[in-house]
Design a protein around this ligand. Structure first.
Ligand SMILES: [Zn+2]
Length: 479
């Protein structure tokens, strides 16, 4: 005896639409769970055409056409007690795919269990989109296996992620890296298992990694927190953004926590910490450090005001935004801090100032005294060029002393960005004419300006400005 159509195929064929064209076969299906060659050959009631269908092998096409009538409706996962059975094999299943007949007006529905669904490799959903229901069932099953093995997996992961976030916001770099990495690996292993890339053997790996997490969080973190002197703390950019942009009311508390911990923040992150109260509090704590640096800094109306502690530029006030300050100086001021700062962190004041003046600081020209201070110092420094400022028009003039040429500069910060950066900051005596710096300024600045001849009108303006500068001198002297 040879089975021509097995039990499962019989169920599908019996419920299909196409079978209505073959009433003889339908009757056979009604009476028998499967169809064998004997049932055909020995059956005297069957017509020749039906017999021929089986003998020629054409019945196979009939079966496959029957299968093609079905589309996937949905997958439902039951608990094991519900006793839902597969329509094809009659076994109790907890994963059931509901399939429907697209050619049947009554939309006959069949339950197909997770094993029998493999007989429908080409199952599509009702929109005829490719819909790999077999793969989907596999994933559901693997997820179930996983959840059986690791009960509360999601909560466990969440617990460690929270531990990472809530523990003093800045976590020791090693612990942070290890926990983050381990969490990532665990999630990857789960994903790979469910998507069928690795076997159950990964469960042991996951278990030992969860134990590792436990070790890191509960043991190491606590002890590390107790010895906060380490100073090498990491903080994610996400956390920084959270602190900066969230409207949380405990923002100040977070900052306070950072401050109490005396934690240094990762240099990649510090750039983005431009929240002003943060800078203010930290600067206050690090007063000792900043006082050893080459500038004094004060916070006023949302900006940072800076006076550079260099004889040539002392008392001239520059300002900068918190964003610019932290972007360029955050690391220098906050990250490199240690108790040997003064000795180990020797700042090359020339190079640093050069950078700062071109990128960070802007001259505060809203205060004419401030501008005149700078003008005065420039005039003392350069013998061959005279600097003048019209504070009514807020315009700067540079006049060549020995030639009748001049230039107008609309924004005094042009001078800060392009000339002050060549200033001799190391010179103890600002009256000293340093040949090197003078020639540097000449080549890099003065020679690049577009000079023009002085007209009669210019002479009036120049004299007016000289008078303003003289008045300013009296003002300064009177202090
Ligand atoms: Zn089944």
């Amino acid at each position: 005896m040879k089975k021509l159509i097995n039990k499962k195929e019989c169920v599908i064929l019996y419920h299909s639409n196409i079978i209505n064209k073959y009433p003889e076969i339908k009757e056979l299906l009604q009476k028998n769970p499967f169809i064998s060659d004997e049932m055909i050959n020995d059956n005297k009631e069957l017509s020749e055409s039906t017999k021929n269908l089986f003998l020629s092998g054409a019945y196979k096409k009939l079966v496959s056409d029957a299968f093609d009538e079905w589309y996937a409706e949905k997958i439902t996962v039951f608990d094991n007690k519900s006793g839902i059975r597969c329509s094809l094999c009659n076994r109790v299943n907890h994963i059931i795919c509901y399939i429907k007949n697209r050619n049947d007006d009554n939309e006959t529905e069949l339950n197909v269990g997770k094993d029998c669904i493999k007989h429908f490799p080409n199952l599509t959903d009702d929109d005829n989109k490719y819909y790999d229901i077999v793969e989907q069932v596999k994933e559901i099953q693997k997820t179930q296996n996983f959840n059986m093995e690791f009960k509360n997996f999601d909560q466990t992961i969440l617990y460690y992620e929270k531990a990472l976030d809530n523990s003093p916001f800045l976590v020791n770099r090693d612990i942070f890296t290890n926990v983050t990495r381990t969490l990532y690996k665990i999630k990857e292993l789960k994903k790979n298992y469910i998507e069928g890339r690795i076997t159950k053997a990964c469960f042991n790996d996951i278990r030992s990694k969860i134990n590792e997490l436990d070790k890191w969080i509960t043991i190491s973190l606590k002890s590390e927190n107790e010895k906060l002197g380490n100073n090498q703390f990491a903080c994610t950019r996400e956390l920084a953004r959270f602190i900066m942009f969230s409207d949380r009311k405990d923002k100040d508390q977070i900052i306070e926590k950072l401050r109490i911990n005396k934690s240094c923040i990762d240099s990649k992150t510090i750039k983005y910490f431009s929240y002003l109260p943060f800078i203010e509090k930290f600067l206050n704590d690090y007063k000792e450090i900043t006082s050893k640096m080459f500038y004094d800094i004060r916070i006023f109306k949302g900006n940072l005001y800076v006076t550079i502690k260099n004889r040539a530029l002392s008392s001239v006030v520059f300002y900068t935004t918190p964003q610019r300050f932290m972007y360029y100086l955050g690391e220098l001021v906050f990250c490199k801090y240690d108790k040997n700062f003064a000795s180990t962190h020797k700042v090359d004041s020339y190079l640093t100032l050069k950078n700062l003046l071109s990128k960070v600081f802007i001259l505060d020209d809203s205060d004419s005294n401030n501008v005149y201070l700078l003008i005065q110092r420039l005039n003392r420094f350069f013998d061959f060029h005279e600097f003048l400022y019209d504070y009514e028009k807020r315009i700067t003039y540079i006049v060549k002393r020995n030639k009748k040429e001049m230039i107008v500069i609309n924004n005094i910060n042009f001078i800060v960005k392009h000339l002050l950066i060549y200033f001799d900051y190391n010179s103890e005596n600002i009256f000293k004419i340093d040949l090197y710096f003078n020639s540097l300024c000449r080549n890099k600045f003065f020679n690049k300006l577009k000079w023009r001849n002085i007209s009669d009108d210019d002479i009036n303006e120049i004299n007016k400005c000289r008078k303003m500068l003289d008045d300013f001198d009296i003002l300064v002297d009177s202090y």
